[in-house]
Write a protein that binds this ligand. Structure first.
Ligand code: GAP
Length: 450
């Protein structure tokens, strides 16, 4: 009997085998800290992003979107505090050349400067800035220094005034953004959990000073409810409040939502009370007045406080894979076929929503199936598979999390009915082909994690 525990190795292997995630530049030996999203991975990533975007913008009347540039004026990162403070403590082993984050090795070994891997001598601890630097313009003499953004948030702060003016936003309101961020992480491990290139989904909510604590609690509750809607096993989530030594330089209070990954509970997203730190600094560094004028309140002027919800898109994708992954015994024949690997992800996230499978290629069943697939295409992402035994085809779809398999058989020829197999229960319903879109719509709406 196989080991039925979910491990990161199994997730990595499935992700590669089924086209979710590949190592970057694999044919050259790989590039650490970077990953490529294959045909299934890009669909899953886009669907998570769409779910988050809908949740934040469509379902919150007071939140608007933004897509700011990755390259920003270098002064932004001085104002934000990243040039000075966005550092990790670093040590190198003089013997084996391994690099460590000083805060992640045994304090006793660090004090004695002993390498945890080979026992060699460690260098002194030094601060290492996580921002990637590059050069803009044709001359590389330092005058064109530019950073790859380490968080998407700053693009929102520098556009605060533009958005208030162009969209006549009234406080409290939020700005949401999804985009790439880059960090020169010293240790990248656990697959796509911590990478140098990743994507964030951030929302900055601007509030009147004094109302920040109320809205901080509101956004904590909203973000918790989001994971419930996403169909995540809630007993695998927990809150972690940052202690004084963990708080980022901008934060007055911060909570992480942590998920129990195969390697233990780890940060999934953060909810931060950033006070008016960011707008105060940008006002100071840019010389532009960034105060909000409250026209409904005697033109009162103030720099708003900011409540931030900051989630990693690529990290959320890893969480969805870990949460969905399951190995089940489904038969008792004493062969490998007794087990199936299945991804129980929410149907709105599944890369393929409906797979259409003719029982046989012959006797006109393939043509009938292709016709039904064409009818479903406009509304759903579909797959078509006519090769191999039907049981094997179901297993292939289970592995990529396809929630519904529609099978076309000889009865379909007679009465235009098909069977719909449910991924989670493996139960099959016979429905008329004409009713299929409605049937699927109702099933998706009623979806509950089993
Ligand atoms: N704007 C606030 C901010 O960036 P953070 O806690 O540094 O806060 C927010 O990052 C989220 O971004 C994290 O909870 C995580 O999901 C994701 N994230 C951060 N660094 C990451 C990395 N190196 N690789 C993948 N995701 C990362």
């Amino acid at each position: 009997m196989p080991d039925l525990n979910t491990t990161m190795d199994k997730i990595v292997s499935l992700a590669k085998r089924r086209g979710f995630v590949f190592q970057s530049s694999e044919i050259y030996g790989g590039q650490s800290g970077a990953w490529d999203y294959g045909p299934m991975g890009v669909e899953l990533k886009n669907r998570i992003a769409r779910f988050w975007w809908k949740e934040m913008t469509q379902l919150h009347d007071d939140i608007v979107g933004l897509d700011a540039a990755i390259l920003m004026h270098p002064r932004v990162w001085e104002a934000s505090g990243h040039v000075e403070n966005f550092t990790d403590p670093l040590v190198d082993c003089k013997k084996c050349k391994t690099r460590f984050r000083a805060d992640q090795i045994d304090p006793d070994k660090l004090a004695r400067k002993v390498c945890p891997d080979c026992g060699g001598e460690l260098t002194d601890t030094r601060k290492f800035n996580l921002m990637f630097k590059t050069n803009i313009g044709p001359v590389d003499d330092g005058t064109g220094l530019i950073y790859l953004r380490p968080e998407t948030a700053q693009g929102i702060y520098v556009n605060f005034r533009n958005i208030v003016q162009s969209n006549r936003m009234k406080i409290p309101f939020g700005i949401a953004q999804i985009g790439k961020a880059f960090r020169n992480e010293i240790v990248t491990k656990n697959f796509i959990f911590r990478t140098c290139e990743f994507e964030q989904m951030e929302m900055q909510y601007f509030v009147k000073p004094g109302e920040d604590e109320k809205f901080f609690e509101y956004w904590k509750a909203q973000r918790w409810a989001y994971y419930e809607k996403l169909g995540i096993r809630m007993d695998r989530l927990r809150w972690h409040r940052h202690g004084p030594d963990e708080l980022a330089h901008y934060a007055k209070d911060a909570y992480d939502i942590e998920y129990e990954f195969p390697m233990g509970f780890k940060e999934l997203e953060g909810v931060h009370n950033r006070t008016n730190f960011d707008l105060t600094r940008h006002q100071q560094f840019s010389g532009k007045d960034l105060q909000y004028i409250d026209q409904d309140n005697g033109n009162e002027r103030y720099l708003p406080y900011i409540i931030e919800t900051s989630a990693g898109l690529t990290r959320q994708l890893l969480m969805v894979l870990c949460d969905a992954y399951d190995e089940q015994k489904v038969a008792d024949k004493g062969t490998d076929d007794d087990f199936r690997t299945v991804l129980h992800m929410h149907p709105v996230l599944a890369p393929v929503t409906v797979a259409v499978l003719p029982l046989m290629k012959k006797d006109g069943l393939a043509e009938l199936a292709q016709g039904i697939r064409n009818e479903l295409k406009e509304e759903y992402s579909t797959d078509y598979d006519q090769s191999g035994a039907i049981g094997r085809r179901y297993r292939r779809q289970d592995e990529i999390g396809t929630p519904y398999c529609v099978t076309i058989d000889y009865q379909t020829k007679e009465d235009r009915t098909v069977t719909v197999r449910d991924r989670d229960t493996m139960a099959q319903d016979r429905v008329s082909a004409a009713e299929l879109p409605n049937h699927l719509r109702a099933k998706i709406k009623a979806y509950k994690r089993v």
